[in-house]
Design a protein around this ligand. Structure first.
Ligand code: AMP
Length: 211
């Protein structure tokens, strides 16, 4: 299946994309993870995007699209994929349309209040990218990833000023994608305001799969 996971920051796209990708045996492709990895490894791409990502602004479309196009050409993505965090603008969605046919766009629906509560408390593993939350979904040992034993940390862009900016950027640049994909008959709304388990059930339901 060729899927897009759409929704504001903190909606649970990353967590759910990880679960669904495993279930379907397809790769989870997160542009945010690609950028964070490049920043960590201090590659040329990393240097280029570090300040932009830290502020919560969007990386230029052309750069992001060419990265995704290359990634989708790899053999593991031929049968299917979940794009998590891409597209984020209408020009990105139009470019994607030019080289990929999609099966569905899962739109995670959640209020701003819950998003802010979730993002102020999110922790991510430095090594494997697993996502935790200090209140809702803590790792068993504070600061240590359950999955790989790596160190967990708060992303720079999960600090309050960046969170507010990311929500504004989402509303202005990404939210119009809801109508874009609804017009194409691809949009599937899923309530993501409760637990990951319930949200996973919701995703299975809209994709016509049983748990
Ligand atoms: P995420 O992990 O999806 O929240 O992404 C983290 C950051 O990476 C975003 O705030 C942007 O700075 C950048 N980013 C991720 N995906 C995209 C995209 N599709 N277009 C532009 N910038 C992106």
């Amino acid at each position: 299946m060729k899927l897009i996971f759409l929704g504001p920051p903190g909606a649970g796209k990353g967590t759910l994309a990880g679960l669904v990708a495993k279930e379907l045996g397809i790769p989870q492709i997160s542009t945010g993870d690609i950028f964070r990895d490049a920043i960590k490894r201090e590659t040329e791409l990393g240097m280029q995007v570090k300040a932009i990502v830290g502020r919560g602004d969007l990386v230029p479309d052309e750069l992001t699209v060419s990265l995704v196009r290359e990634r989708l050409a790899r053999p593991d993505a031929v049968k299917g994929f979940i794009l998590d965090g891409f597209p984020r603008t209408i020009p990105q969605a139009e470019a994607l349309e030019g080289f990929q046919k999609l099966d569905a766009v899962v739109n995670f629906v959640i209020s701003d209040d819950i998003v802010v509560l979730r993002l102020t408390g999110r922790e991510v593993c430095r090594a494997c990218g697993a996502i935790y939350h200090v209140r809702n979904m803590p790792s068993k040992v504070k600061g240590v990833c359950d999955r790989c034993g790596g160190q967990t940390y708060t992303r720079d862009d999960d600090k309050l000023a960046s969170i507010t900016n990311r929500l504004e950027v989402y509303k202005k640049q990404t939210e119009p994608l809801i109508d874009f994909y609804r017009e194409r008959g691809l949009l599937r709304d899923v309530d993501s305001s409760t637990t990951p388990e319930d949200t996973l059930e919701g995703v299975r339901a809209v994709l016509g799969r049983k748990g």
